[in-house]
Design a protein around this ligand. Structure first.
Ligand SMILES: NC(=O)c1ccc[n+]([C@@H]2O[C@H](COP(=O)([O-])OP(=O)(O)OC[C@H]3O[C@@H](n4cnc5c(N)ncnc54)[C@H](OP(=O)(O)O)[C@@H]3O)[C@@H](O)[C@H]2O)c1
Length: 361
């Protein structure tokens, strides 16, 4: 039977890759509903091509709920950018639908609540972030009790080899030139500051139930090894493929099964693989993420919100590259010890952190 897929953020990078898979494998998948925010023309074209209903959330805030009722999908891919992705994740799980989750902010902001909701409605959450898809597959095969450490790879972004002085004058155009991945603007800036890796560290701790001390970041400029696990006996196991988000999306859509590979097969001979420790002194946002992950409570919400506001302000050329970590640091130094024990408290901490960041801008 075909899997019926709702694509949230269908006009973005994750959404486009999801639709490419659906086009390539029509015997396995069909798009039954499409959601975008403001790209109305693109959405209209896609809805005509896939012959399914579509919703523009900027025009219909309750549109996702309506679309789910109308189309009864088997799974939703959440490729919405930023913290705007949390509420759609909640709506999907509340409706008892499995979630293929690219939107890492959902996990960083509200994992305990999201996990509880998934358990209540017997839904699965399948990670789409390439590193977490790799870890998910590896942990599943080796079983969590055998795993002592998670090693998340990072390309290092376009400024991997820059000095602090060079970093102080980089432009938005420089930061948007990611060496290996083609992604939306916000995540590309986060890859340049290593905030994206910071969010992924928090995401990994939560998705897989590991303490921040058991998570390491390894810079691997080729983005071929997507992550590794260390088993208790000291061995390392890795997942390798070309840097193409269709791999983790396909893995989430077919889990627990595997399909024959329809993508370009990966060849070991064409690549040199190198690994380095991250330069935490030049990219402080990585260290701040570990700090927020250890502090828990509302600290990860504040980290995410302050970074999102600062990254967007940098894209709008309102601040310099090095102001992004400064703003996050100042916001994190406030008191975020309130427990985010309801979606309302999560959104209230998010709003407060945004206001603090905005004041600094
Ligand atoms: N791109 C990647 O390779 C990649 C890899 C791993 C994880 N992720 C994660 O996946 C998510 C999406 O990233 P992306 O790179 O695909 O972003 P993107 O290219 O910027 O696309 C964002 C999508 O979200 C929609 N959107 C924006 N604001 C919205 C709102 N307020 N409500 C509903 N929809 C909204 C956009 O619709 P409009 O076009 O109408 O604005 C667009 O379809 C992020 O959380 C990112 O961290 C991405």
């Amino acid at each position: 039977m075909k899997k019926r897929i709702l694509v949230l953020g269908c006009t973005g990078s994750i959404g486009t890759n999801t639709l490419k898979i659906i086009r390539t494998m029509p015997e396995l998948f069909s798009a039954v509903g499409l959601v975008a925010h403001t790209s109305s023309e693109k959405l209209e074209t896609l809805a005509a091509e896939f012959n399914c209903p579509a919703v523009l959330t900027s025009q219909e805030p309750d549109g996702i709920r309506r679309l789910i009722q109308e189309t009864q999908p088997d799974i939703a891919v959440n490729g919405i950018a930023g913290s705007a992705g949390l509420e759609p994740s909640r709506i999907v799980l509340d409706a008892g639908i499995d979630l293929a989750l690219a939107n890492k902010e959902t996990v960083v902001m509200a994992w305990p609540l999201i996990q509880k909701l998934a358990e209540k409605h017997h839904c699965r959450i399948l990670p789409v972030d390439s590193e977490h898809s790799a870890l998910f597959n590896l942990i599943e095969k080796f079983n969590k009790d055998s795993v002592s450490e998670l090693l998340i790879t990072a390309s290092g972004g376009p400024f991997r080899t820059y000095t602090k002085e060079q970093l102080s004058v980089v432009t938005v155009a420089d930061a948007l030139k990611h060496p290996t991945w083609k992604m939306g603007k916000k995540i590309t800036i986060d890859s340049a500051t290593l905030a994206n890796k910071g969010l992924e560290v928090i995401e990994a701790c939560r998705l897989f139930g590991f303490s921040p001390d058991a998570v390491k970041v390894v810079v691997h400029p080729q983005s071929i090894v997507h992550s590794l696990i260390r088993t208790r006996d000291g061995m390392l196991y890795a997942q390798l493929s070309d840097p193409d988000m269709k791999h983790p999306i396909l893995s989430a859509l077919t889990w627990p099964d595997y399909t024959d590979n329809v993508l370009e097969p990966f060849s070991l001979f064409d690549h040199e693989l190198t690994f380095f420790p991250p330069k935490t002194e030049n990219f402080p946002l990585l260290g701040y993420a570990f700090e927020a992950a250890r502090a828990e409570k509302s600290y990860t919400i504040a980290y995410n919100a302050a970074n999102e506001v600062a990254a967007l302000a940098f894209i709008d050329k309102k601040i310099q590259f090095n102001d992004i970590p400064r703003i996050v640091r100042t916001v994190l130094d406030k008191d975020w010890s309130m427990e985010p024990d309801s979606f309302e408290t999560v959104f209230s901490a998010d709003t407060e952190a945004r206001m603090e960041a905005q004041k600094l801008i």
